[in-house]
Design a protein around this ligand. Structure first.
Ligand code: IMP
Length: 200
């Protein structure tokens, strides 16, 4: 049987990956399913390093082929911040992060507010193989939050092609264009290849 551990505690991410990988016919496990409660620390300085750390650690705990991801926001005018520190930017979490980001960007004009969401997926196999897949979503940081959907920085992230913020998009649309969806699309052929090789 083709089994894959999706190493996340986030139910939303799990649903997204389950939908995107559906055609592969894999049996997806979660950390909760397997009774894994350990939290792997994200001590890396890049998304790739953190994704690799998590995928490898959870693969070793489960002895199953494992997918882990790391993601965040990079703002060009802030030299790529908050980057890997997106979840705890400015030492605050939740809506206070939006206020903190806006404060950091005070006085920066619209055309210099370019940003991108980055997601790196790491796939770790018990045979020692490790593969990385990256996805990006480009946008502009708004001067005021708009919309109530999504999470994190979504209300400040304006997507030019959609003419709205991520928080104003229906969830299905966000999930179709997101950095996570792009990374999952890049990971898809790796999983197909693992199946063809009999590794899954
Ligand atoms: P992680 O991949 O769950 O560790 O995400 C780290 C942080 O990046 C989150 O806490 C959010 O602040 C930010 N982030 C990642 N993906 C998104 C997204 O799709 N929308 C808004 N914020 C995001």
């Amino acid at each position: 049987m083709s089994e894959l551990l999706i190493a996340t505690h986030n139910a939303g991410k799990l649903r997204e990956f389950a939908a995107l990988f559906g055609p592969l016919g894999l049996t997806l496990h979660t950390l909760a399913d397997l009774g894994i409660t350990a939290d792997v620390e994200e001590t890396g300085t890049t998304f790739a390093e953190n994704a690799r750390l998590k995928a490898t650690a959870y693969m070793q705990l489960s002895n199953l082929p494992t997918l882990a991801d790391d993601s965040g926001l990079e703002v060009a005018a802030l030299d790529g911040a908050p980057g890997v520190y997106s979840a705890r930017y400015g030492g605050v979490t939740g809506p206070a992060q939006l206020a903190y980001l806006l404060q950091q960007m005070q006085g920066i004009p619209f055309h210099q507010r370019l940003a991108r969401f980055v997601c790196v997926i790491a796939l770790a196999h018990p045979n020692g193989t490790l593969e990385l897949a990256e996805g990006l979503l480009h946008g502009v940081i708004e001067e005021q939050p708009r919309g109530t959907g999504g999470f994190g920085y979504d209300p400040l992230f304006y997507v030019v092609d959609e003419d709205c913020t991520l928080a104003e998009l229906p969830p299905e649309r966000k999930n179709a264009i997101s950095h996570r969806a792009a990374a999952a699309c890049a990971a898809y052929p790796v999983l197909q290849q693992w199946q063809a090789q009999g590794w899954l």
